[in-house]
Design a protein around this ligand. Structure first.
Ligand SMILES: Cc1ncc(C[n+]2csc(CCOP(=O)(O)OP(=O)(O)O)c2C)c(N)n1
Ligand code: SF4
Ligand SMILES: [Mg+2]
Length: 332
């Protein structure tokens, strides 16, 4: 079905020393110190290489990266509206395919990558992402960098914010301590279950850079539309010392809160610490170790921490696929 050529020279990288040294997201941005989303952008384009077009929806990774007359992007980059990562990706892939078909462009594989934040992707642009994932004639990657809030407009709660987190829209008060009572949206499995023809959907974290690198490469080479959901610790929104971004990304996975996996042609493979946890090789760290490191949970009582832990335990112990698919098979 695919009309665009598939990139062929992005093999899986074995060992961190073999990650390319060239940078295509360089100096010239003004993200906060310790911003993991900036690292995600850097690793994203390092993995994809120079024959790429990147489309970014409104958010920190647009605003902080396009200060007047400066940008860190060394590849063609275009801003798109907050909820439009899906439509921008489809339109760009369609445009390239058309230009190549008409002979107006040299025929070559060009990576089409659209990114969105959690506000732009998990909430506002979900329908456009769904539409993009149904266009199996185009090769494209949509990457959601999830800092768990509408960060750029000063940390408002999103559908991807964790239960109970303090934000400008969910400040703990005297009457109601827990203002965000929603559990985080389970986005990647929702998109995978809803789009069974999509060949590749994965979750990742820049704290595991080699893993992220290889997932991006697989997403760009497998063919058709693909989606990666990436968790990004955000010092400002999560309220911690910027030097701990890397550690917090690891803790999100080691506590079992964020689960790392790839779904390739309908087959789910857990990887990294998530696989070791599922196999019983390592124990999940207590969620308290993660929550107490962040100011956004500073108002939590012991009861709140226990509730959070119980929800995480439930997802590993009662779900159909631990940490991923929240169903159980009903009795006949
Ligand atoms: C349609 C629309 N509504 C609201 C805004 C204002 N706005 C700009 S960035 C932003 C936050 C986006 O959050 P997210 O997608 O999570 O990205 P982040 O800022 O966290 O990186 C908002 C609400 C906008 N640009 N467009
Ligand atoms: S608010 Fe968070 S996501 Fe935005 S630039 Fe700062 S650290 Fe990065
Ligand atoms: Mg966000």
């Amino acid at each position: 079905m695919t009309t665009m050529m598939t990139e062929t020279d992005l093999p899986q990288v074995r060992g961190v020393k073999n990650i390319p040294v060239e940078e295509f997201y360089s100096s010239g941005h003004r993200t906060c110190q310790g911003c993991e989303s900036a690292l995600t952008m850097r690793l994203l384009i390092k993995a994809a290489g120079p024959r790429s077009i990147v489309l970014g929806s409104t958010g920190c990774m647009y605003v902080a990266n396009t200060t007047y007359y400066s940008t860190p992007w060394v590849v063609p980059w275009m801003h798109t509206q907050l909820g439009s990562s899906g439509s921008a990706a489809t339109g760009t892939a369609a445009g390239l395919a058309s230009m190549m078909r008409k002979g107006k462009m040299h025929k070559e594989p060009i990576n089409v990558i659209a990114f969105c934040g959690d506000g732009g992707g998990v909430d506002m642009g979900l329908s456009a992402i769904s539409a993009a994932l149904q266009h199996d004639e185009y090769n494209l990657l949509i990457l959601c960098y999830d800092n768990e809030s509408y960060a750029n407009t000063d940390i408002q709660v999103s559908g991807s914010s964790p239960w109970g987190a303090n934000s400008t829209f969910s400040p703990p008060g005297k009457v109601h301590r827990i203002m965000n009572s929603r559990w985080k949206k389970n986005t990647a499995p929702m998109l995978a279950a809803g789009h069974p023809d999509v060949r590749y959907i994965a979750t990742s974290c820049a704290s595991y850079g080699l893993d992220l690198n290889n997932k991006i490469r697989r997403a760009l080479t497998i063919g058709g539309p693909t989606f990666i959901h990436n968790i990004d610790p955000c010092p400002k929104g999560w309220d911690y010392d910027p030097k701990y971004s890397h550690e917090l990304g690891m803790l999100a996975i080691e506590t079992g809160l964020w689960v790392q996996y790839e779904i390739i042609d309908g087959e789910l493979i857990l990887n990294g610490p998530s696989r070791s946890i599922a196999r019983g090789i390592r124990r999940r760290k207590p969620i308290e170790e993660y929550l107490t490191r962040q100011g956004r949970f500073a108002h939590f009582t012991a009861e709140d921490i226990a509730h959070f832990q119980q929800r995480v335990d439930e997802s590993w112990e009662n779900w159909w696929i631990p940490g991923v698919i929240p169903f159980t098979m009903g009795e006949d």
